[in-house]
Write a protein that binds this ligand. Structure first.
Ligand code: SF4
Length: 358
């Protein structure tokens, strides 16, 4: 069964660490984007009925009820097994939650990143820990108990005590799903560019050392696993039965169709990427670029992200068997029959392992 991804790239502020194709745009642009998005959805030939929908971006939680309704009415398969909406925490209104429910949304992902006010302010985010607690209570009260909270290890000024305090908020709020990422340093975010240039703006001078960030991540793994969240993917933890069905499709190489700027699709053979330029999408449509997927390689690159691992197929022994044996000897991979998975140490050095499967 397949999934649908819909991108809504509009935000009320651009967070310093954010490397997505999202931003702050004039309101008029949002209307034109919606028209294009509806056009793209209307023009799509559905070869399967989606069982999951994921609205990301950006901040789809800021869509007006009628905008969201117009978009989701064009996606067949309602009620979907899982329909996630990403929302910025801190100011979720009860009427908005009712509208989400009415449109078929049954899971909400909150871009919390940190519960520590000083860390949040530096990134440009405006919510508070108490605001997140109110949102979680509001969602639960309305019947949306399937909630994800995102956290980032390595934000400027983050200390071990601060990171622990953020983890303790998770214990208090009990979201059934947690995504804990390590700060990504690349040219696509303002903070990343500043770090690469050796500057100090955006708190770059206060970003913890790489080893410290790795320690924070390890701390999160231990903290969450001790309290019943199971790590099922490198950065994702869930109570049993709350794993993200949509994201599992990416890692298990199942098909999905993406709509909107920077949305990607995969049909089992071809990968398609829409333009990541929001204005270009509005003016010229999705401008999809297609590339044939190297399925034999991707099966391992994505499958090894999962703690369940992936089967090394007999036909791939020649290409990857040597690398698997080498990483087994180094203690980065473990193997049981055909099943291959990262060890705890392998997770920390996963990029090294993935390179061998490229
Ligand atoms: S992190 Fe989320 S809210 Fe912040 S700019 Fe990126 S997409 Fe928008």
């Amino acid at each position: 069964m397949a999934g649908v991804y819909i991108s809504w790239p509009f935000c009320s502020q651009k967070c310093t660490y954010c490397n997505f194709a999202s931003g702050v745009y004039p309101a008029g642009l949002q209307e034109r984007y919606l028209e294009r998005l509806l056009e793209e959805l209307q023009g799509h030939e559905w070869r399967w009925t989606p069982e999951t929908v994921y609205l990301g971006g950006g901040t789809p939680g800021s869509m007006a009820a009628e905008e969201l309704r117009a978009v989701l009415e064009l996606v067949p398969g309602k009620p979907w097994r899982e329909a996630t909406l990403e929302a910025a925490p801190g100011a979720i209104a009860a009427e908005a939650v009712q509208a989400w429910l009415g449109c078929g949304v049954n899971r909400v992902s909150l871009g919390v990143q940190s519960f520590i006010e000083e860390e949040l302010r530096r990134t440009g985010r405006r919510h508070t820990a108490e605001g997140v607690a109110r949102d979680v209570a509001l969602l639960r009260g309305a019947g949306i108990g399937n909630i994800n909270v995102d956290l980032i290890a390595g934000l400027p000024g983050q200390t071990e005590a601060g990171w622990r305090a953020s983890l303790e908020w998770l214990e208090r709020l009990e979201p059934p799903h947690v995504s804990a990422y390590m700060l990504e340093v690349d040219e696509d975010s303002r903070l990343g560019r500043e770090l690469l240039a050796g500057g100090a703006r955006f708190g770059a001078g206060a970003v913890p050392a790489e080893e410290k960030i790795a320690d924070f991540y390890e701390m999160a793994v231990e903290f969450l696993e001790k309290r019943g969240w199971r790590r099922y993917e490198i950065s994702n933890f869930a109570r049993p039965g709350f794993e993200s069905l949509h994201n599992l499709k990416y890692w298990r190489l199942e098909p999905y169709a993406g709509f909107g700027a920077d949305a990607h699709s995969f049909d089992g053979e071809w990968r398609t990427a829409n333009t990541d330029d929001v204005r270009g999408y509005i003016e010229q449509g999705p401008q999809p670029e297609r590339t044939r997927a190297d399925v034999a390689s991707e099966r391992y690159l994505t499958g090894l992200r999962l703690m369940e691992g992936v089967d090394l197929r007999a036909e791939d022994e020649g290409r990857f068997g040597g690398a698997v044996a080498r990483f087994q000897a180094e203690g980065l991979l473990e193997r049981e029959g055909a099943r291959v998975r990262l060890t705890r140490r392998g997770v920390m050095l996963s990029n090294e392992v993935f390179e061998a499967f490229l």
